[in-house]
Design a protein around this ligand. Structure first.
Ligand SMILES: Cc1cc2nc3c(=O)[nH]c(=O)nc-3n(C[C@H](O)[C@H](O)[C@H](O)COP(=O)(O)OP(=O)(O)OC[C@H]3O[C@@H](n4cnc5c(N)ncnc54)[C@H](O)[C@@H]3O)c2cc1C
Length: 354
């Protein structure tokens, strides 16, 4: 049994952790935020539940399908995803995309990460600052001065710039650091301001969500979250506007994470703009929003993959996450975590049996 550290309790880190624990290793996961799931995140406001990150999950392989079934409560009940362009022209889009199951969980998609977390040793609110060579392994140092380890292997799953910051500050072999930093450098992310808007009236629409295909519209993705079970009280609407990178950058400072407009407080200009843009696409007047809830994703969706060393690991240090595939998708991040666990097990096996 080897001691293994995983940095980040997003779905990649959790999937890798489960795999390593199942094969008999001792795994410690370090997560800087107060809950597991990373970009699979559900926020609650009154009787509403908002999936500010991943909206739906695809399961195109048998193994992913089994995982979805294991959670015991996944729903594939969503209507179609339509498309719109930069001028706001809407049409039904790709029928093939729409027949693939789109998995969601009643009350919030964090049910998936809760399932993946079960039985794992996760240190929440522990931001890893650096790693330090200790014998043949590594110690993990957090930003509160805590030191854990030594670990025979460390898997970094934080988004590429955050993993790179840890490696850059670490007391590790210079060539290992240089190779891993070079592997992380190509990864690119789009920013996203996610704006949830609650209404006292529900529209009748032929789509569950709409996606902007030419990336010219201020909104990248608009969803009727009330179509998912357990997201909005009866008769109420919950629209989620995930804003494109240009709009998000321009309004980053205007909409800090939080709920606006409760108790008749005025909404910020940026939230009113998101509401106007969303209702123009909906094509129906739902009245003024009851409130708006904003979440900021600095590293939202990965657009370009990491280099080769990310796939192999170096010197007991491994990388995983959606950055490995260069596409922001939950199922790809999970598969990346599983693959990293296999590489770690193969490498530890070689050391044990050499
Ligand atoms: C707005 C938005 C919409 C999306 N929509 C979809 C969708 O509909 N369908 C889909 O399949 N995918 C979607 N995605 C993408 C999907 O959510 C991600 O690809 C996936 O969740 C990435 O998982 P991960 O484990 O690789 O990374 P993350 O989820 O980012 O996990 C990394 C973890 O590392 C932690 N961390 C960072 N630094 C440190 C540190 N120093 N110490 C300790 N912990 C640290 C972070 O807090 C985080 O929990 C969306 C993402 C966003 C943001």
């Amino acid at each position: 049994m080897a001691q293994i550290a995983i940095i980040g309790a997003g779905v990649a880190g959790l999937a890798a952790g489960r795999e390593l624990v199942r094969s008999g290793h001792s795994v410690t996961i370090f997560e800087k935020s107060g809950s597991a799931g990373g970009r699979v995140a559900t926020q609650r406001v009154g009787g509403f539940a908002i999936d500010h990150g991943a909206q739906l999950v695809k399961a195109p392989t048998g193994r992913l399908q089994t995982l979805v079934e294991e959670t015991g409560e996944a729903d594939d009940l969503l209507g179609p995803v339509w498309i719109f362009d930069g001028d706001g022209r809407v049409n039904p889009g790709d029928p093939v995309f729409n027949v693939e199951p789109k998995w969601v969980w009643p009350g919030g998609n964090t049910a998936l990460s809760r399932h993946l977390s079960r039985g794992l040793n996760i240190h929440l609110e522990t931001a890893v600052a650096t790693l330090r060579r200790a014998g043949t392994g590594y110690e993990v140092l957090d930003d509160g001065g805590g030191v854990e380890g030594a670990f025979a292997a460390v898997l970094l799953t934080a988004p590429a710039p955050q993993s790179a910051a840890i490696l850059a500050a670490s007391d590790i072999e210079a060539s290992t650091r240089a190779e891993l930093l070079a592997a992380l450098a190509p990864a690119r992310y789009r920013r996203c301001l996610s704006v949830a808007l609650a209404y006292a009236r529900r529209p009748e629409l032929p789509w569950y969500a709409m996606v902007n295909i030419d990336r010219r519209h201020p909104i990248a993705w608009l969803a009727c979250e009330h179509d998912k079970a357990g997201r909005a009280p009866h008769g109420h609407a919950l629209l989620l506007a995930q804003m494109g990178p240009t709009w998000s950058e321009a309004h980053w400072e205007d909409l800090a994470k939080g709920t606006y407009g409760l108790g008749a407080a005025p909404l910020p200009e940026a939230a009113i703009e998101a509401h106007d843009l969303a209702l123009a696409l909906v094509g129906e007047d739902l009245g003024e929003p009851l409130w708006a809830d904003a979440h900021r994703w600095r590293y939202a969706l990965c657009d370009a993959p990491c280099g080769a060393a990310a796939l192999e690991g170096r010197d007991g240090l491994y990388l995983a996450g959606d950055m490995e595939r260069g596409q922001g998708r939950v199922h790809l991040a999970i598969e990346s975590g599983w693959a990293a666990a296999r590489r770690i097990m193969a490498s530890l096996g070689r050391e044990v049996y050499a």
